[in-house]
Design a protein around this ligand. Structure first.
Ligand code: LP5
Ligand code: MN
Length: 241
């Protein structure tokens, strides 16, 4: 009896080893789980479900095979793949969830998020996030020719990398007060998120009661998975093939 959580796999054609590790995980580890949650940034970036990149088909097939074995798969968007749409989700046998989202996990209310909305000190990013959430802008972007979308995404990635190099580490982490506020607002004491690539289990007090924030890791050097069961939660790593 276990529920699995992964995030920040950042799949791209440049890293077939990461794709192989994910497919191995989906074929060998995940069957038999009660559910699998993917908490965003599954892909390095996503410019529309109509992108014919064969990697997307390969990944969809692997998820679909798992869902056909009876494992429900849920997906929360990340800041890289917020445009991943219903068409891809259907093809991959995934259910799209909102961010944040509350689930019932072995009798406990647990809050799930990609995590970027909690980086409130990163003012420039939050501005960028608000803009990319505009429905009409997304609608327009998705109607541009694929090559144009690709070039815009590459420019955004370049600018983001350049700016991140000079941002202080604490700015790119979640803000503790924002975590408290989000947990309080949803009447939860456990939060699971990704985005920061700082895998850890943080125990703290929220309004005098024990609270827990579990951070998932990325898949750049090794796989990272959170395994939850009625007995507790543990973060594990997986080797890349
Ligand atoms: O992603 P990462 O790890 O580098 O850093 C993130 C934040 N950056 C982002 C930007 C993404 O990487 C870009 C993804 C492209 C998605 C596909 C394109 C879809 C376009 C749809 C339009 C509707 O999320 C970074 C955070 C960091 O996490 C830690 O939290 O700091 O935030 C930034 O870097 C924000 C910058 O400060 C400003 C963003 C630069 C983009 C400016 C746009 C100019 C592009 C020109 C287009 C013609
Ligand atoms: Mn992210």
């Amino acid at each position: 009896m276990s529920t699995l959580f992964i995030s920040d796999i950042h799949l791209s054609n440049a890293r077939p080893d990461m794709t192989a590790a994910l497919v191995h995980f989906l074929e060998q580890d995940a069957p038999g789980a009660d559910a699998l949650y993917v908490l965003g940034d599954l892909f390095e970036f996503w410019i529309g479900d109509d992108d014919p990149n064969p990697l997307h088909g390969q990944v969809a097939d692997a998820f679909l095979a798992l869902s056909q074995q009876g494992v429900p798969i849920y997906f929360i968007h990340g800041n890289r793949d917020f445009l991943l749409g219903r068409q891809f989700a259907r093809r991959a046998g995934m259910t799209l969830l909102g961010d944040p989202c509350i689930i019932e996990l072995y009798g406990e209310r647990v809050l799930l998020s990609h995590g970027d909305l909690l980086c409130t000190q990163d003012v420039d990013y939050q501005k960028f996030r608000r803009i990319t959430q505009l429905k009409w802008l997304r609608w327009l972007f998705l109607r541009l020719p694929l090559g144009r979308r690709q070039r815009i995404a590459c420019k955004m990635r370049g600018k983001s990398q350049m700016e991140n190099a000079s941002k202080q580490q604490f700015i790119m982490d979640v803000t503790p007060a924002a975590v408290d506020e989000l947990l309080r607002a949803h009447d939860c004491h456990t939060l699971i998120h990704g985005h920061t690539h700082r895998p850890a289990i943080h125990d703290f007090k929220l309004d005098g009661k024990g609270a827990r924030r579990i951070v998932l890791g990325d898949w750049f050097e090794q796989g990272s998975v959170l395994i939850c069961s009625p007995a507790g939660q543990r973060l594990e790593t997986r080797t890349l093939s």
